[in-house]
Design a binder for this molecule. Structure first.
Ligand code: NAP
Length: 495
């Protein structure tokens, strides 16, 4: 496809979506369009063309959103759990009806291939369904004190106004994974989506409005002044919760800021997932799992397999098989049928991946497939498998966030575990083996919050998602996800 045709298609796809996707911020139930103030240009990473403009929210806009969230908190928290569950259920139904539109919107502003976007749209809607069911399960405890003198009653109350900051890589799912449990718990929210992908967040805002969420309960303020905004909001004593998904670097800054007002923090941060393959594994299954763990979202996932450790007898064979699969992927504009790998989200992301590959080649690694930077329009980088990567290479300590698979061989189980744990991160890991005992032993020894055992995908709305070490604090999804938005109240009584 020529660049001119691609641009025409981008414009047409956007015009169709513009009928219902808002391009303003949502504060207190009112949509504010980009006016004379600063604005954010949203680009299609495949064509580098502007598809829309949204307002670049100011600190005052964000504080107005806190006013709205704070003003609606009492009424929303007093609605019945069943009512909140039914609103979320309607949001699930509406999002499912609009799934194809949401998928196309994500592809437009993020670049990901349509199959990935469709998968995310369905996954994101599931968080509304799951928390529509969890809303009615806010259970407490009653026990007799050990002395027998009194009773201990524990109830769980909504924590209050929550600030939700989300990244661009899963613009729908990272937001619904926070809004779902927050609303179920009875909290109200101020959302700050990533500047690359504000449109998906605004579309979700529209869906929630249609589902019956009252004005002020969900507020969405796109802004490029994230640092300024977050500092001001965390200094506002009405904000009692911060849920952040993004890089470890920004997470550390936010944790320090949240300390001043002792704000409760949930942090979903960066990852550096090891993918360990033992010689007794079913290699076909391991390669299949590797394709999912590495290539879902074009490698732009916090759970993406970042380092492949393969037992020496099968390392070469595994690398060849993986290279054959990765090399066969069709790269192109994500909206085009048949495309499996879209562009990276922006020029800095593409440049970072290119530099990482160039640097590790200078250290002696070689590309079995890929590694060639395609010239031309769009932030493309091909699927790449690297062999002969030195075990101490800095690449293995860096979150690649792109379609690059470095392979390193190991000689025994202890070495595999030591290599897997040689990182400050601890989000996800993957283990392939034909020996269940070994699989469970290694899964326990690897320092990550989640392990895929003979499976390349860990994400599930019903499971506790989160990391250890510097990959995060707290869990999203499952029953635990709602606990992040509730705080305990203990009542000592006798009767
Ligand atoms: P990022 O640069 O940390 O940005 C994430 C969000 O934080 C964006 O909304 C961004 O706004 C905002 N932000 C940036 N600087 C800020 C500051 N000083 N104060 C407050 N907010 C700030 O991360 P990203 O590049 O968008 O996303 C990729 C990262 O997210 C990767 O490290 C990935 O592993 C991680 N991630 C983790 C999970 C998980 O569940 N653990 C899931 C997905 C992604 P702007 O866009 O306006 O800069």
């Amino acid at each position: 496809m020529t660049t001119a045709t691609a641009r025409h298609d981008t414009a047409r796809a956007w015009t169709e979506l513009l009928r219902w996707v808002p391009t303003g911020s949502l504060v207190g139930g009112a949509w504010t369009e980009a006016g004379s103030g600063r604005s954010i240009d949203v680009l299609d990473p495949a064509t580098e063309e502007r598809i829309a403009t949204v307002p670049d929210g100011t600190v005052d806009d964000a504080l107005a959103a806190v006013d709205a969230a704070s003003g609606s908190l009492e009424a929303w928290s007093r609605t019945s759990p069943r009512h909140r569950g039914e609103v979320l259920r309607r949001a699930f139904v509406l999002m499912t009806e609009r799934a194809e539109d949401i998928a196309r919107l994500m592809t437009l502003e993020n670049g990901k291939a349509l199959p990935d976007a469709r998968g995310e749209a369905a996954y994101a809607a599931e968080f509304f369904r799951w928390y529509s069911e969890e809303a009615v399960r806010n259970v407490g405890e009653v026990m007799t004190a050990p002395s027998g003198a009194n009773r201990i009653l524990v109830t769980r109350r909504p924590i209050g106004v929550a600030l939700l900051i989300t990244p661009w890589n899963f613009p729908a799912a990272m937001l619904t994974r926070k809004i779902g449990p927050a609303l179920a718990a009875g909290c109200t929210v101020v959302c700050k989506p990533a500047s690359e992908t504000p449109l998906t967040a605004l579309a979700i805002g529209r869906i929630l409005e249609e589902a019956g969420v009252p004005p002020g309960v969900v507020n969405i303020v796109p802004s490029r002044r994230s640092g300024e905004l977050a500092r001001a909001l965390l200094a506002d004593e009405r904000v009692r919760k911060l849920s952040f998904t993004g890089s470890t670097e920004v997470g550390r800054t936010l944790l320090a800021q949240a300390a001043d007002t002792v704000v409760s923090c949930s942090m979903e941060l960066g990852g550096n997932a090891p993918f360990v393959v033992f010689a007794d594994a079913d290699l076909d299954a391991a390669v299949e799992g590797a394709m999912v763990a590495k290539m879902r979202n074009g490698g732009e996932a916090c759970t993406a397999a970042n380092r492949f450790y393969v037992e020496t007898p099968v390392a070469e064979r595994f690398s060849e098989m993986l290279a054959a699969r990765m090399g066969a992927l069709r790269m192109g504009r994500g909206l085009d049928e048949g495309v499996q790998l879209g562009p990276l989200v922006n020029a800095p992301s593409r440049d970072k991946v290119r530099e990482l590959v160039d640097d590790v080649r200078a250290e002696g690694a070689s590309a079995i497939v890929g590694g060639e930077d395609p010239q031309g329009t769009g932030y493309f980088y091909p699927a790449t498998v690297l062999a002969g990567v030195p075990p101490k290479s800095s690449l293995l300590r860096t979150e690649i966030f792109g379609p690059v698979a470095p392979v390193v061989s190991f000689s025994d189980e202890d070495e595999a575990v030591a290599m897997a744990n040689d990182t400050e991160y601890g989000l996800a890991s993957y283990v392939y083996t034909g020996d269940l005992g070994r699989g469970l032993r290694v899964a326990e020894a690897i320092e990550t919050g989640m392990v895929g055992l003979n499976r390349g995908l860990v994400s599930d709305p019903a499971a506790p998602f989160g990391g250890v070490k510097q990959s995060g604090l707290g869990r999203e999804g499952g029953h635990d996800g709602m606990l992040e938005y509730l705080e305990q109240k203990y009542i000592a009584t006798s009767w």
